[in-house]
Design a protein around this ligand. Structure first.
Ligand code: SF4
Length: 348
């Protein structure tokens, strides 16, 4: 068990290089990271880690630009899955009932408002195990409508068949989100109704359909540092890195099995962001759920560690998110500007 980042080896403590060697490695995009290498990076002294993350960040991105997305729940509650953190599962008593799929018109009205608020991407999430073929027509109309507003589109609908992934691509979808959530080892403690391999399979179909992949995880679910390192290793060794990597801090929801979880050490959260940035240098790393509980200094540290995307808007599916005015004020104080569409260097 790794208890403290102070336990780094003499090598990493003394040497200014990424892994005790040359910093040339910082400029490479690699899919062959070993678990040991990622652990060494994770365990660097905090200042070294942040310096290296920011160095990598500046190779590929404007350090003062952050991508802004808005996330709308287009079908809320009643989900048959049992993800232990989720307010929308039928298995837990969270007070959230099941609703029908929103109308295309209402979704597009919300997208228009999101665009006015500064969002360049509109993400739509449905609480499904997988979409039914009968819903695909409405889903595709939503994508086409969002695209016609000049926004990027993202969907998260659960597991997909090959033909559903292809239909989404034909409708113009830019990104598909499907998170692996945590390490393979810890996964079984969080979800029993579908496996990590089910998720990897859907991600393969999404990639094969030519869609950009949005795939991330949640920290603060009681997992160990080893689990965080394992999760980062899974992302960093995918056939190609997800173009978007949301790192969420658990939002504890009363009534869910994780409603009483202990908080994560904020520095470990920042380390997770920094290692994502270093190991997936061309990906956009999103500081995702949990911002409502972070103070502005914590968020600024995440941006310094290489996070360059957020969700704006006061609600994230069913949980709270900072008010737009607060985000605008924070960005003003930090000199951060919105990233425009399609600025991610690894985007298809
Ligand atoms: S996270 Fe998604 S799949 Fe899991 S219970 Fe919630 S809505 Fe269902």
């Amino acid at each position: 068990m790794l208890e403290s980042a102070d336990t780094n080896s003499d090598d990493t403590a003394k040497c200014p290089g990424l892994l005790g060697g040359s910093d040339d490695l910082l400029e490479q995009v690699r899919n062959d990271w070993s678990r040991e290498e990622i652990e060494k990076v994770f365990m660097l002294p905090f200042n070294d880690l942040l310096f290296k993350a920011q160095t990598v960040h500046r190779i590929w991105f404007d350090p003062n630009k952050v991508q802004m997305s808005t996330l709308l729940s287009i079908k809320t509650g009643g989900c048959p899955e049992d993800c232990g953190y989720c307010s929308q599962s039928v298995k837990f008593d969270t007070g959230i009932g099941a609703s029908a799929l929103m109308s295309v018109k209402d979704v597009l009205e919300t997208a228009r408002q999101a665009k006015e608020g500064g969002a360049s991407r509109f993400c739509m999430g449905a609480a499904w195990r997988n979409p039914k073929d009968r819903d695909m027509g409405a889903i595709c109309s939503m994508i086409e409508g969002v695209k016609s507003l000049g926004m990027e589109s993202c969907m998260t609908l659960g597991m997909l068949t090959k033909s559903q992934a292809e239909k989404l691509k034909s409708a113009g979808l830019d990104y598909y989100n499907h998170n692996i959530d945590t390490s393979r080892r810890y996964y079984k403690k969080i979800i029993s109704t579908r496996t990590m391999d089910d998720r990897i399979e859907t991600l393969d179909k999404v990639r094969e359909a030519g869609l950009n992949v949005c795939c991330g995880g949640i920290v603060g679910m009681g997992e160990s540092r080893e689990d965080r390192i394992d999760m980062l290793h899974t992302f960093a060794t995918m056939p190609s890195h997800p173009q978007s990597v949301p790192i969420n801090m658990l939002v504890r929801v009363e009534g869910t099995p994780l409603g009483e979880s202990n908080s994560i050490d904020p520095f470990d959260f920042v380390r997770t962001i920094a290692v994502a940035r270093i190991t997936m240098p061309k990906s956009v790393v999103r500081l995702s759920a949990g911002r409502e509980k972070m103070n502005e200094e914590f968020q600024a540290l995440c941006f310094l560690a290489g996070a360059n995307s957020i969700f704006i808007g006061e609600q994230l599916l069913t949980t709270p998110n900072p008010e737009l005015s607060k985000d605008k004020s924070l960005f003003g104080r930090l000199g951060i500007e919105p990233m425009s569409s399609h600025e991610c260097p690894s985007e298809i």
